[in-house]
Design a protein around this ligand. Structure first.
Ligand SMILES: NC(=O)c1ccc[n+]([C@@H]2O[C@H](COP(=O)([O-])OP(=O)(O)OC[C@H]3O[C@@H](n4cnc5c(N)ncnc54)[C@H](OP(=O)(O)O)[C@@H]3O)[C@@H](O)[C@H]2O)c1
Length: 268
């Protein structure tokens, strides 16, 4: 029997593409959106309402989920968004909201479903982190912090879940063409004159990353492979340059910092 896979944030980007692919392969796919009515009749899989940042929504969603299915095999924590901007110019409230979705939201959904996985002594939790969960570029401090936080959380959690045969993995994509940039929340800048020149540089460098983003196929392929693998790796970076970034960060940190600063300077 094909597995039942839950994908949070399946109305757009990675989540939508993955849901369509797995549905086409015969998996029982359940996706989520904050506004499922917008996509009614437009997606071939079941789409349930979920705002991961809202406790009440997570509770209602969990009850609804088990009305639709008796069994869940895989959770893909994919829902998320990106805050951009100079850190000092970004309000704490904007940063806090970033964590409410990317960090606390991911944990709340995971916690809501772990009792099911523990009871059946099997399950898989795949979390879409980011390459910025492993490295730290400028202009993305809160997004980077939220992705580092999920990386750290699951790095520890996987040991606790091993006894229940629950597999835990991360996916760490670089830039890929989805609606992430369009849906990003940006501190509008300004405010602190000392950053005026630098802000222009880093905004241009961020835009360059977005403009040069790859098509998302490699990420979808990687997650589909992980679902099919008996013993998937914990960390799964995807995309051009990921290997080089991680190698330089560990073994040639000055060169790594130079490569990040250089991309900012060329953006002047
Ligand atoms: N694209 C990239 O280059 C890239 C790189 C690394 C990591 N990522 C990560 O990949 C994941 C998916 O992003 P994407 O690139 O596919 O962007 P996207 O096209 O903007 O899709 C984001 C999805 O997340 C959902 N979402 C956002 N906030 C939510 C909330 N509070 N509660 C529930 N669902 C929420 C959205 O659904 P609704 O609006 O319908 O609720 C949407 O389906 C994110 O975690 C992102 O950080 C993306």
């Amino acid at each position: 029997m094909k597995k039942t896979v839950l994908i949070t944030g399946a109305s757009s980007g990675f989540g939508l593409l993955l849901a369509n692919k797995l549905h086409g392969q015969g998996f029982n796919v359940i996706g989520t959106s904050r506004e499922p009515e917008k996509y009614q009749g437009k997606v071939p899989f079941k789409l349930l309402r979920l705002d991961v940042s809202d406790d009440h929504s997570v509770k209602t969603f969990t009850e609804e989920l088990f009305q639709h299915t008796k069994q869940l095999d895989v959770l893909v924590n994919n829902a998320g968004y990106m805050v951009t901007g100079i850190a000092e110019e970004t309000s704490i409230e904007v940063g806090r909201q970033q964590f409410e979705t990317n960090f606390w939201g991911t944990i709340k959904v995971t916690n809501a479903l772990l009792p099911h996985f523990r009871k059946k002594k099997s399950g898989q939790v795949i979390t879409v982190s980011s390459i910025v969960g492993l490295i730290g570029p400028p202009n993305l401090s809160y997004y980077t912090a939220s992705k580092h936080a999920v990386e750290g959380y699951f790095k520890s959690l996987r040991f606790e879940l091993d006894q229940f045969n629950i597999k835990v993995s991360m996916v760490e994509p670089v830039w890929f063409k989805t609606n992430l940039a369009h849906n990003a929340v940006s501190s509008t800048g300004g405010g602190i004159g000392d950053y005026d020149g630098y802000r222009k540089q880093v905004n241009a460098a961020t835009q360059k990353g977005i403009d040069e983003a790859e098509a998302p196929d490699a990420v979808i392929k990687k997650i589909a492979q992980m679902i099919d693998t008996v013993d998937p790796k914990f960390s799964n970076p995807v995309g051009k340059m990921t290997g080089m970034f991680l190698f330089l960060q560990s073994y040639a940190p000055k060169m790594f910092e130079g490569s990040i600063l250089k991309s900012d300077k060329t953006a002047k």
